[in-house]
Design a protein around this ligand. Structure first.
Ligand SMILES: NC(=O)c1ccc[n+]([C@@H]2O[C@H](COP(=O)([O-])OP(=O)(O)OC[C@H]3O[C@@H](n4cnc5c(N)ncnc54)[C@H](O)[C@@H]3O)[C@@H](O)[C@H]2O)c1
Length: 263
């Protein structure tokens, strides 16, 4: 038997999930990448293996409960029971009106973002309960903290935060910690494409933070790794913003009396 930890990353094929997969592999974990994107998922696993890490790609749709049960059993058989779970898989929308939104898209977003997170926590949480240990990090967003005009995504991220707290309390007695990270805008391929397409205004992004630099995907992965580490052994049920000061700055910078340095 090896004492190597098994880290399961949903959405591990790209962006923040990929950075988490690479980071946990560097920490010596065997990494299971669960993602719907077959070519990127396989490429991320190959990238880790080329760097002498251990990783396998498992194609799956996190929204599909039965598929998630099957993939969890396969991961357990091939890589061992999960010690770490990061739920990064999500669909990321553009701004839209509640009254006019497409309800099929709305429902699919809840299926992937909320139910997908729940399914992963259930199937891998059971493996952790069995052994009385484990760490889960759900990937929230600044949308977990304040309203933004994304009527399926925004309340979904708030719901994931509440789910994280419920899980933290229920699983705490089994030695399992459950936390969440709340990234601000991270310049992943997906966000850069949205900026390119005029769906995000870079000036608005940069003007909304306390720091003048945004986190990159590895900054988020480092926070996730910290929450899964021994250094965080008494931290559970928290939402850790990795937001360059967005939550502090966003109301301050819109104060009706102006900001002192602009006067
Ligand atoms: N990039 C940002 O600015 C930002 C900011 C805050 C929070 N987040 C959150 O971080 C997480 C990752 O975002 P990202 O920017 O890395 O996005 P991304 O699109 O690069 O990665 C998401 C991954 O999820 C996978 N995925 C989508 N639907 C799936 C499904 N049904 N089943 C399995 N896999 C599926 C995609 O194939 C993709 O690999 C998301 O939860 C997102 O909400 C991102």
């Amino acid at each position: 038997m090896t004492d190597r930890r098994t880290a399961v990353i949903t959405g591990g094929a790209s962006g923040i999930g990929r950075a988490c997969a690479i980071r946990f592999a560097k920490e010596g974990c065997a990494v299971a990448i669960l993602d719907a994107d077959k070519s990127k998922g396989a490429e991320t696993a190959r990238h880790i293996v080329r760097g002498s890490g251990t990783a396998r790609y498992y194609p799956c749709d996190v929204a599909n409960r039965v598929e998630m049960q099957q993939v969890a059993a396969t991961v357990q058989r091939e890589m061992g029971p999960a010690d770490i779970l990061v739920t990064s898989a999500a669909l990321i929308p553009n701004a839209e009106s509640i009254l006019d939104m497409d309800m099929d898209r709305h429902d699919r977003m809840w299926q992937v973002n909320y139910h997908g997170t729940l399914h992963a926590c259930m199937v891998f949480g059971r493996q952790m309960r069995e052994r009385g240990q484990g760490a889960i990090v759900t990937v929230g967003s600044i949308n977990s903290i304040l309203p933004l005009p994304l009527p399926a995504y925004n309340p979904g991220k708030a719901a994931i935060q509440r789910l994280t707290q419920l899980l933290a309390v229920e699983l705490g007695r089994h030695g399992i910690r459950v936390n969440s990270v709340a990234p601000t805008y991270v310049l992943t391929e997906g966000l850069l494409a949205k900026i390119e397409a005029g769906q995000r205004d870079p000036a608005k992004i940069m003007g909304a933070h306390a720091l003048d630099a945004l986190p990159d995907a590895d900054d988020i992965a480092q926070a996730v790794a910290f929450l899964c580490s021994e250094s965080a052994s008494k931290i559970t049920g928290v939402l850790l913003p990795v937001d360059s000061g967005w939550a502090a700055a966003v109301s301050y910078k819109t104060y009706a009396g102006g900001v002192p340095w602009d006067a």
